[in-house]
Design a binder for this molecule. Structure first.
Ligand code: DX5
Ligand code: ZN
Length: 226
C-alpha cells in the first residue's frame, strides 16, 4: 500500500491558515487532515464547513475530513459540498453506521470508519465492504499533542489481517501522537496513512519532517510483508 502523509491542520497557526495549508502541500503532504469537533462527541469544538471550504481553496491535495461529531449523517451532503474528498465517521457517533457509510460513497466521497482506542476491532466486521479507509485512533479523540498509545500497533495488525483475509485493499490510517520516530513501527504493523499534527507543524522544516516520516514508513513497510 502506498504511504500517505496527512498533516493535521488542527496544529497549524489558524491566523495564517491558507498559508499553512499551502506550505504543507508544497512540503509534500498527500492529504490535508481536517478535524471537525462538535463539543458533544468529543469535549472540544474546532471548525466547521466554512473553514473546510477555505482550506479546500488553499489546498492542491485531497481533504481527509475527520468528523468527531454526533449524528454525522445530518451533515454528509454539506461536507461533500464544502470539498471533503474522504469523509470519516466514528463507529459510536452514528446509529445506522452502515447506512451512513453507504451514503458517503453515494455522494462521491471516499468513506472512512474510525475506531477509538476503546472500540472493539470487531465493530468493523459488518461494514468493511462499505469503506475505503479504516482510521485507528492512537489517542482518545478531541485534542492534538497527546501521547501515542502503544497498544494501537496490535490493533492495526488485527485490522490489517482482517482486510487481507477478506482480500480488500483498504487504507489503514493512524491518528494521534504520530511523529517521525514512531512512523516505522506503525508502518510495520500495517498502516499506510499517517496523520500528524504537532509532529509536523511544531517542527521548523515541514518538508524535511514529511520526507523523514515517509522514508521511515517506507523502509519499515518494505521490510515487512504488506
Ligand atoms: C485528535 C485529532 C488529531 C490531532 C492529532 O482528536 O483527530 O487529528 O490533530 O494531533 P497530534 O498529531 O498532535 O497528536
Ligand atoms: Zn484527526
Amino acid at each position: 500500500m502506498t504511504i500517505k502523509i496527512a498533516p493535521s491542520i488542527l496544529a497549524a497557526d489558524f491566523g495564517r491558515l491558507a498559508e499553512e495549508v499551502k506550505a504543507v502541500c508544497a512540503a509534500g503532504a498527500d492529504y490535508i487532515h481536517v478535524d471537525v469537533m462538535d463539543g458533544r462527541y468529543v469535549p472540544n469544538i474546532s471548525i466547521g464547513q466554512p473553514v473546510v471550504r477555505a482550506i479546500k481553496r488553499a489546498s492542491d491535495v485531497p481533504l481527509d475530513v475527520h468528523l468527531m461529531i454526533e449524528e454525522p449523517e445530518r451533515y454528509l451532503e454539506s461536507f461533500a459540498e464544502s470539498g471533503a474528498d474522504i469523509l470519516t465517521v466514528h463507529v459510536e457517533a452514528s446509529v445506522h453506521l452502515h447506512r451512513t457509510l453507504t451514503a458517503i460513497r453515494a455522494l462521491g466521497m471516499r468513506a472512512g470508519v474510525t475506531l477509538n482506542p476503546g472500540t472493539p476491532v470487531g465493530a468493523l466486521e459488518a461494514v468493511l465492504d462499505e469503506v475505503d479507509m479504516v482510521l485507528v485512533m492512537s489517542v482518545n479523540p478531541g485534542f492534538g499533542g497527546q501521547t501515542f498509545i502503544a497498544r494501537t500497533l496490535e490493533r492495526v495488525r488485527t485490522v490489517r489481517e482482517m482486510t487481507r483475509a477478506r482480500g480488500l485493499s483498504i487504507d489503514i490510517e493512524v491518528d494521534g501522537g504520530v511523529v517521525v520516530e514512531n512512523a516505522g513501527e506503525i508502518a510495520a504493523a500495517g498502516a499506510n496513512v499517517f496523520v500528524s499534527g504537532t509532529g509536523i507543524f511544531r517542527t521548523p522544516d515541514y518538508a524535511q519532517t514529511i520526507a523523514a516520516m515517509r522514508a521511515a514508513a517506507e523502509r519499515a513497510a518494505t521490510t515487512t510483508t504488506q
